[in-house]
Design a protein around this ligand. Structure first.
Ligand code: AMP
Ligand code: GLY
Length: 424
């Protein structure tokens, strides 16, 4: 059977992982990416349409006659890219705009969880400056303040300082008209990426990100500095509870929505010391860098899995996973997650480890390549070094061996990815 052509939308490390996985799928004959990055250009044909140009992406998909569009980031989904693709009879992996509200509006997600009885922290919507003190009194510190906007993880303040919490509430009210204050959940975070449609769902192996910029979870929040999978904190009993208390009710609700949800539901969990999971957040896409550690663990044909979800027949697809561990360590530009210095040359990125079951390779993200193969940084998270091995230790060794051989002036990476799993 001739393979299909697929268009991947986005430009990060997640999209490199998607394009790489699709390029190795027997069901796929060609991968396109828009706008893509230096990594996707090695396994796909890049096109210069921005992922924020919804009509431009629809036109590109029509012009290329692709059989599937895989949408990486959330913003185009919130802005209706999948709605527009489906209106043109093009299967899209990624929910319609109504489903994408789960990430686009935190208050919508919270209210839905409340109505379905899905475990999550309590919350309160604050609209007036004179409600600030009362709302701070009614929640225990640390206070969690969230703006109800797409902010790439940066709209969240978690603080024990009443002054900082007050400022965050005031800022949110002034900027957006209202802001959320939430109960602080304690425990350990983990993510489950669930590929779903109205026919069923497939859970990818649980993973754990590292959101803070510095070792030992210090410094500001980032998009994610590294990840590994499977995450042992998600024991079989935690997984069973997450499935029964969170994933099943969400799937039941989403499959019966006016337009069924077809794509990935990213379930961000907090697992307390008793092993009870509750939801910190939903995202409507694969995580970055969680995609870089979960996609390489899929043994089955990735193109067939994503197409089946886009067509509403994921329950017909048998998905197998490799019995391996994956890790990825992110290399970030000087200044990240603040204002970054870019345009610097990256050396030593093009090495791989290929020793039977132990593999190591690079996923590129904020990096561009010129005609002569010279690679330059052009974003905050520049690349990540991914390891795949029979044990987490060996996979981390592969990741660190690769990243240790890479030079980019002013760059930084965390040296403790996986520490929770290793110390546990
Ligand atoms: P979010 O954008 O909602 O994922 O929040 C970003 C990060 O802030 C999460 O990954 C958590 O580390 C932290 N966070 C958010 N909400 C809470 C909460 N209710 N309790 C504790 N930590 C939280
Ligand atoms: N790594 C967290 C996210 O993709 O939202």
């Amino acid at each position: 059977m001739a393979g299909i052509e697929v268009l991947v939308v986005g430009s990060g490390g997640r999209e490199h992982a998607l394009a790489l996985g699709l390029s190795k799928s027997d069901s796929v004959s060609k991968v396109h990416c828009s706008p893509g990055n230096a990594g996707t250009s090695m396994v796909a044909e890049n096109h210069q349409v921005s992922d924020s140009d919804i009509e431009g992406i629809v036109d590109l998909a029509i012009q290329l006659s692709v059989s599937l569009v895989v949408v990486g980031p959330e913003a185009p989904l919130v802005h209706g890219l999948s709605d527009r693709l489906r209106a043109n009879s093009i299967p899209s992996f990624g929910p319609h705009s109504e489903g994408a509200l789960l990430e686009g509006s935190k208050i919508h997600a919270k209210m839905l969880m409340q109505s379905l009885g899905v475990p999550t922290g309590s919350f309160h919507r604050v609209e007036n400056l004179d409600e600030i003190e009362g709302s701070l009194d009614s929640f225990e510190p640390p206070w969690v303040i969230k703006r109800d906007v797409l902010a790439g993880g940066k709209g969240v303040t978690v603080t024990t300082s009443r002054e900082d919490a007050r400022e965050a509430l005031k800022y949110g009210i002034e900027e957006d008209g209202f802001v959320l204050i939430e109960e602080h959940l304690s425990g350990e975070e983990a993510s489950i990426l669930v590929i779903m449609d109205e026919s069923g769902y497939v859970m990818l192996p649980p993973s754990q990100d590292h959101k803070r910029v510095g070792n030992n979870d210090t410094g500001p929040n980032t998009g994610g500095m590294g990840a590994y999978s499977p995450a042992p904190i998600v024991t079989p009993s935690v997984l069973a509870r997450a499935r029964e208390e969170i994933i099943e009710p969400m799937h039941h609700y989403l499959r019966n929505s006016s337009t069924p949800y077809r794509g990935c539901l990213y379930v961000g969990l907090m697992i307390d010391s008793q092993g009870s999971p509750s939801v910190v957040e939903f995202n409507v896409r694969l995580g970055d860098p969680e995609a870089q550690v979960t996609i390489p663990l899929i043994k089955s044909d990735l193109g067939e899995l994503l197409l089946s979800a886009a067509e509403g027949r994921v329950s017909e697809t048998q998905v197998e996973f490799k019995k391996l561990h994956a890790s990825t360590v992110v290399l970030a530009s000087e200044g990240y997650p603040g204002a970054v210095v870019t345009g610097r040359e990256i050396y030593g990125w093009n090495t791989e480890i290929d020793e039977g079951l132990v593999r190591g390779f690079v996923h590129l993200a904020g990096a561009s390549m010129d005609e002569r193969g010279k690679l330059t940084s052009n974003g905050g998270r520049v690349l990540s070094a991914t390891g795949l091995a029979p044990s987490l230790n060996e996979s981390l060794e592969a990741s660190y061996q690769i990243i240790g051989g890479i030079t980019l002036d002013g760059s930084h990476y965390r040296e403790d990815i996986g520490f929770r799993a290793l110390s546990g």
